[in-house]
Design a protein around this ligand. Structure first.
Ligand code: TYM
Length: 319
């Protein structure tokens, strides 16, 4: 009988502030499910975040925060490798190598760059090169699937294109990964109906206090059709099975305040145990930091083995 080789999943979250329910339902929830059947690598993308968080104090705090978030939702260091990107310098090394085979025109097609450009933002070279670092994150670990929200789909496509181009130039080296995007929750809407996003200030934080939940839900914009507040429904959908949800929204058609109150209660029911678990974990920060340190060592060993092959294939390995 041939031994079934475990497939690999990798994903990451930027330590740029509090995670929201869009991050959770779109991506992080899948990490927890996948850790049981896949070899999982779950990363804190701190070098990506450096494009926007440029205070040592804030970055440090945010990194520990994401580690706590990961553990509180159920990631288990005995099953998955939890680490921070900056602990494995192969990520930035490989990103440079990818820079050398990638054209400026290709990266200018990235949505994130185009959005930043449209807003006339001063764009750092790091922001422009963002997809190359993400390609390195993924390709170092021979990843099969990348669980992400729909907004990261293009980044995974760029990763595949980069792997193909490298393989064409230097010989077969990298495995081509697939994005794993959940139907229905690929894009979780925010309180204003746009994509939920830290930068749009339309979020419901995953570990929100009761007060934050009430404020956020009450601020949901209620444009409606036939008594049905679409934005409230779309968020409520995450917390109730469809049958129950549809029954509730037909019984309470037009009663926006009542519907918002039920949503508040349902979010609280879901968030309270997570928040309590997180508060418990936060009492022992040293234990959390140790998990990251051990995860970094594991990830580094695997990434280094891959880099040996890469360096040989590009011709810089002499001894
Ligand atoms: P980040 O930190 O912006 O978001 C983390 C994850 O949350 C998903 N997400 C959403 N999903 C559904 N609806 C939403 N409204 C929503 N908002 C955010 C994101 O798609 C993401 O999966 N580039 C990545 C971090 C990263 C990464 C990687 C991911 C760095 N290296 C390698 C995978 C593999 C990012 O900025 O995610």
């Amino acid at each position: 009988m041939t031994k079934q080789v475990k497939k690999t999943a990798l994903s990451g979250v930027q330590p740029t502030g509090k995670p929201h329910i869009g991050n959770y339902f779109g991506a992080m929830r899948q990490f927890v499910e996948l850790q049981n059947t896949y070899g999982g690598f779950f990363m804190i993308a701190d070098y990506h975040a450096l494009n926007s968080v440029q205070s040592a104090k804030d970055l440090k705090e945010n990194i520990v925060d994401v580690a706590l978030d990961y553990l509180a939702i159920g990631l288990d260091p005995s099953k998955a490798t939890i680490f921070k990107q900056s602990d494995v310098s192969a990520h930035t090394e490989l990103s440079w190598i990818f820079d050398t085979i990638t054209t400026v025109a290709f990266l200018m097609r990235a949505h994130a760059f185009k959005d930043a450009e449209a807003k006339n933002k001063e764009i750092s070279v790091g922001t422009f090169n963002y997809p190359m670092l993400m390609a390195a994150d993924i390709l170092l670990y021979d990843v099969d699937v990348v669980p992400v929200g729909a907004d990261q789909k293009q980044h995974v496509e760029i990763t595949r294109d980069t792997a193909e181009k490298f393989n064409r130039i230097f010989g077969e080296t990298f495995k081509l990964p697939e994005a794993l995007i959940m139907k229905d929750v690929g894009t979780v809407p925010g309180t204003d109906g746009q994509k939920m996003s830290k930068s749009y200030r339309n979020t419901i934080p995953l570990f929100a206090t009761d007060d934050e939940i009430e404020k956020a839900v009450m601020s949901i914009v209620t444009d409606s059709e036939g008594g049905m507040p679409k934005n409230v429904y779309e968020i409520h959908k995450l917390f109730l099975p469809k049958e129950k949800l549809d029954q509730l929204y037909s019984e309470k058609a037009g009663k926006y305040k009542d519907l918002k109150e039920v949503l508040i209660a349902d979010i609280k029911k879901f968030v309270t145990p997570l928040r309590e678990k997180r508060a418990g974990l936060a009492k022992d920060k040293a234990a959390v930091i140790k998990i990251l340190k051990d995860g970094g060592e594991k990830a580094r060993a695997q990434a280094e083995a891959k880099m040996k092959v890469v360096r040989k294939n590009i011709g810089v390995s002499l001894y």
